[in-house]
Every structure is written in C-alpha cells, then in structure tokens.
Design a protein around this ligand. Structure first.
Ligand code: SF4
Ligand code: MG
Length: 329
C-alpha cells in the first residue's frame, strides 16, 4: 500500500507562564492511501494536538513543533511556512471538528462559507462555483440545497450543520480528511447517519481519513487500523480486528474493557483507574505505570521502547520484551 502521511518522532511543545510543556513526545504513525485510521485515547492523551500539529493550526496559541517530520506526499509539512500550509489546508488536507457551530461562521450564509474554499482552491468562478457547491450539498444529503445556500448556520439542526461541515471539507476533494470527534456532540441516531455518510464518501472519493475519537464503538465501525495514544506517545498500533481480538498494551485492554457490551450491567464495567498524567509533571519510565495492574520494577525506571510484531503491529510495553518484538531504533 502506498503511504500518504508518515509522522515521525513528532514533538509539540506549548508554553505556559514561560514554562515549556511538551505535549507530544515523539509520535510515530502512518496513513496509507484510502485508509481509515482511528486515533484513540482518553481526553488529554494528545489526539487533538496531533491533528493540529499535522495541519500546523497553532494560530493564537503558543504551540510549536520542536522536532520530527510530517511527510505528506513526500513533502515535510513540519518545515512549511504559513503561506504554504494555507494552500494545503482545505485543498489537500481538510478537517472537521466536534462542534460545527465553532467552525462555521454564525453571521455568514452557508453558501458564502461553502463558496470560499471552492473559489480559492479550485479557482471556479461564480456560476460554476455555485453549481459545484450545490452538487456537494446534495452529495452530503442536504435537502433543498439551493435554499440552504442562503440560510445561516443557526437555522439548521446540529446534524445538518455537521453535514455542511463535511460538505465544506470535501468540496475540494482532499486526499486526507481529519475528523476530530465528528459525532460526539450529536444524538445517537444522527451520529449513525453521519458516520454512514462519512464511510460512503470516504469510499467514493477514495480519501484517507484520520478519525480522532474516544469512542471505540465508532472505531470498530469505521476504521482499518488503530493508533492508541497515551500521554503524547503511541503505545499501540494494530489492525482493527487484531486490536479488538487481542489487545496487547494494558491501556488498550483497559479502553476496550470500558466499552459497555450488549446486556452487560453498567456497574460491572472495568474502567481504568486514575487519570491521564499532568504533561507538565511526567514521571520517569512508563507513563501508564501508576494506573497499570501489570507494572514491574523496570516500568518505573525505564521507558518501554516501541516493539514491532507481525502484521504491522507495534506496542510499547515491557511485558512483551520476552516475545522479542523487534525494537525500533
Ligand atoms: Fe504496564 Fe509496565 Fe507495560 Fe507500562 S510498561 S503498560 S507499566 S506493564
Ligand atoms: Mg480532543
């Protein structure tokens, strides 16, 4: 399979009260062309910061990439200027967020917002741009597409607004769509419809998707491969079937164990004890150790290296040292 995106040793740092706080500690993963990757972990694990780093969307924040590479179509995005990134964002890589109201402009009509990237990236003029916008609205299942063009975001339901966001995101046929918790704010029925739409569009447009979510049900439904993030590092990566069938990392096991199964009583769920660590105060060794039932003495002394296994799997945990996974250098 051909690689579209390869993230290597990505480190992202934020500055707070003159203190530098590292949020990403050398993130590694890749996305093949046409593949759907799930990026999972609890909130505070670094999922959103990973996506913002790929897009270099740090405006108004103190965030900066301090090390690593983001190879996209064999170009390193980590070294691109803001001007160069503006040409890539929206055209080659598009993004949708959890709450469309925060990314849609409340005082601009839907049509104007939709036409902006179409004019900018596709260079289409008035009539052609409008036709393209209407056809995209129809593609994402918006009824009365012509009329909706002259309506404002607040006139639409949450599900409709998320469809508009998806329309904007795919309007310039991006190769990669980054979706950050795209259905979390929606109720269950609408959530299923939006996921269904995303899956259909992904297959039709042959896009790659990076789906950021804390919902493993969504992952099982949508993804080909899964990357598990903890404290700003990838702790496990596996094909979606392998991950659910035989999770390796104790954190992944905990995440899977906390998904309610059909007929299971709520008080019987094993959820993971404790909280994600404070990024400004990380301990030595494995960052999951304080929450891990399998922790050994080496775990609190030395950080486990990434070990590679069959079928493209990897896991960073001392439990697998004896299996002699190939250690990444
Ligand atoms: Fe648990 Fe040790 Fe593995 Fe960390 S390295 S997840 S503490 S067993
Ligand atoms: Mg987030």
């Amino acid at each position: 399979m051909e690689k579209l995106l390869q993230v290597d040793n990505l480190e992202t740092v934020f500055t707070k009260d003159k203190q530098k706080i590292k949020i990403l500690h050398g993130v590694n993963f890749h996305i093949n062309k046409g593949e759907v990757i799930g990026l999972v972990g609890e909130s505070g694990s670094g999922k959103s910061i990973t996506s913002l780093s790929i897009m270099k969307l740090f405006k108004g924040t103190s965030g900066e990439i301090t090390s690593g590479r983001i190879q996209f179509n064999n170009e390193d995005l980590a070294n691109k200027s803001e001007d160069e990134m503006r040409k890539i964002r929206g055209k080659q890589i598009a993004m949708i967020f959890q709450e469309p109201m925060t990314s849609l402009n409340p005082v601009m009509k839907i049509g104007e917002q939709l036409l902006e990237p179409i004019r900018l990236h596709l260079g289409l003029k008035e009539k052609k741009a409008r036709e393209h916008a209407v056809s995209i609205l129809k593609k994402v299942g918006i009824p009365r597409a012509e009329e909706i063009m002259s309506e404002f975001p607040h006139q639409l339901s949450g599900g409709m607004r998320q469809r508009i966001m998806i329309a904007m995101a795919i309007s310039c046929h991006p190769q990669l769509l980054i979706a950050d918790e795209p259905t979390t704010a929606l109720d269950v029925t609408i959530q299923a419809q939006i996921l269904d739409l995303m899956k259909q569009l992904q297959q039709k447009e042959k896009m790659s998707v990076l789906l950021i979510t804390h919902d493993l049900g969504v992952v099982a439904e949508m993804c080909d491969r899964v990357v598990v993030l903890y404290a700003g590092k990838v702790v496990e990566e596996a094909d979606v079937f392998d991950l659910f069938e035989s999770p390796k990392h104790p954190y992944t096991k905990g995440l899977i164990g906390s998904v309610p199964k059909l007929g299971q009583k709520k008080d019987k769920l094993d959820s993971i004890k404790g909280n994600v660590p404070d990024p400004s105060n990380l301990q030595k060794g494995c960052k999951f150790a304080p929450r891990c039932n399998d922790a050994m003495s080496i775990c609190i002394k030395e950080e486990p290296p990434e070990m590679n296994f069959e079928n493209g799997r990897s896991c960073s945990c001392w439990l697998y040292k004896e299996e002699r996974g190939r250690i990444r250098v």
